[in-house]
Design a protein around this ligand. Structure first.
Ligand code: ARG
Length: 482
């Protein structure tokens, strides 16, 4: 059985509450949006963060409209004064944000009308929210890139400082998480300095492509007013106006490139966080974190947990998800603007905040961590880690081809393993049973100190290299001696 609801003609279904018509675009609408329509449509809670960029964009647009005699000078002056007042209101926390005005752009415009009257309505001449939001968002991402660059440099500075302190501190180098060859702790830390340098490079490459102004593209087709796009582009610090109006309003590559760079940086920080987690664990004990960077367990009183590093490891997942999320939002959109694109900002803001937090946490950890040289050295000397040095000795002193030297060394390792001793403790007689030309000189290459000291090839782990590499990293990445 079906029941039919009766409703008064011209009224919406009784279950649908509506709100007042939108002042900015409601001219042709007889009824306001349903409450749920307003809720899904509004982006104010997210895009209020664009207020400074929105005001800067409006000021540039307004000055251009006046210069090109598109709006009267007095109106332009009133608009500029009103916008300055609005900026203060927002910064002092008494701006009347109103969800019925949908987003930051319309909130500012509505407030401007309250403050200066109908001439506020001239500001939107030759402009659409489509080119407006694209401009604001580019400016915001540009600022975020500059901020993250400084924060990444701060982490590099902390790493370089520890690398200088530990240029000669010996630790095991791993492949397959098996002890491979001894390396220096400073060398290991400088590897991350290189990774972070590439992260900064990626953000800066993105910044270069980002820096074109969409302002003046209008809704999608350009405008019939005699605007000067080069003027607004210059005022906002853009290199040039974007060439195609359709592309200008529909492009979000700059956001995607930002997220891609953030995802890769997050992956780097996560790898480092994972190493910290291993290093502070009881079986490793390479590094100790102070109370300031660890937490306790509510049940096990002895615990010191590296929660911050674990969270950095986890948050890389969010960053990777952000990139995937926005790619999926964009991939099916026809030109030009579609409201789907409004979802871009929450994603990018959250990624920027997340990466910033991870960088700060890792910088704190790096400054805080204390290396346990004894524990590191003990493991570095285990697992026949100088076997490669032995093979190299056979090549150098007995002129064996490396493959044969490798074979002989393998036999010596097997012998040491059978006798339960290290290579350095294998008696000369035992060595000579495998290769009779081996001399006592071999013992000199079997210490971990000798091993790392010998690796002086370009980019190698020798302490002398590390000291030089740290100085060069300072020059390359921290030019102002930060
Ligand atoms: N809040 C919107 C956004 O972030 C502004 C652009 C709205 N444009 C439109 N045609 N409805 O995308």
């Amino acid at each position: 059985m079906t029941t039919r609801k009766t409703r008064a003609p011209g009224k919406s279904p009784s279950s649908t509450k509506t709100v007042a018509a939108n002042a900015a675009w409601g001219g042709r609408f007889a009824v306001g949006p349903a409450e749920i329509m307003q809720r899904i449509n509004a982006s104010l809670d997210v895009d209020k963060r664009l207020y400074a960029q929105d005001i800067a964009g409006s000021l540039a647009h307004c000055a251009m409209l006046v210069k090109r005699r598109i709006i009267p000078r007095q109106d332009g002056a009133a608009i500029a004064r009103g916008l300055a007042k609005i900026r203060l209101e927002i910064e002092r926390g008494h701006f009347p944000f109103r969800i019925e005005h949908e987003d930051i752009h319309l909130n500012i415009e509505a407030r401007l009308a309250e403050l200066i009257g109908p001439s506020a309505g001239r500001l939107h001449t030759a402009r659409s929210r489509n080119d407006q939001v694209a401009t604001d968002f580019r400016l915001w991402v540009r600022d975020a890139i500059d901020r993250l660059d400084r924060e990444t440099a701060a982490l590099q500075a902390a790493l370089i400082q520890q690398a200088e302190r530990h240029a000669a501190t010996i630790m095991p180098g791993f492949t397959h998480l098996q002890v491979g060859q001894p390396v220096t702790f400073g060398h290991h830390l400088l590897a991350y300095v290189e990774m972070l340098g590439r992260d900064r490079g990626r953000f800066n490459d993105a910044r270069g492509r980002l820096n074109e102004s969409p302002l003046g593209a209008g809704a999608l087709a350009g405008t019939s007013f005699p605007i000067d796009r080069a003027m607004t582009a210059k005022a906002l610090g853009f290199d040039r106006p974007a060439a195609n109006s359709l592309d200008a309003v529909s492009d979000r590559d700059f956001a995607l490139e930002f997220l891609a760079a953030a995802a890769i940086a997050g992956m780097h920080l996560s790898r480092f966080a994972e190493e910290i987690i291993l290093w502070v664990s009881e079986p490793f004990r390479f590094v100790r974190l102070s109370d300031a960077y660890t937490t306790g367990s509510s049940m096990m009183p002895q615990k010191r947990n590296p929660d911050a590093a674990e969270l950095v490891r986890a948050k890389a997942g969010k960053l990777i998800g952000a990139l995937t999320g926005l790619l999926v939002v964009m991939k099916g959109l026809p030109l030009a603007y579609a409201k789907d694109m409004q979802e871009d900002k929450a994603t990018v803001f959250d990624a920027a905040d997340t990466l910033s937090l991870c960088l700060a946490a890792m910088t704190g950890i790096v400054k805080d961590m204390k290396a346990d040289k004894t524990a590191m050295r003990r493991v570095a000397a285990s697992g026949f880690s100088t076997a490669t040095d032995l093979a190299d000795f056979l090549v150098r002193h007995l002129q064996l081809p490396f493959r044969q030297a490798h074979h002989v060394t393998g036999a010596l390792v097997a012998r040491a393993e059978a006798l339960g001793c290290d290579l350095a403790d294998l008696p000369l007689g035992e060595m000579q049973r495998v290769e009779k030309r081996i001399t006592r000189a071999i013992y000199k290459v079997l210490t971990v100190e000798q091993s790392v000291a010998s690796r002086k090839s370009l980019g190698g782990t020798a302490p002398t290299n590390v000291t030089r590499a740290a100085a060069s990293a300072r020059q390359r990445f921290l030019p102002k001696g930060r």
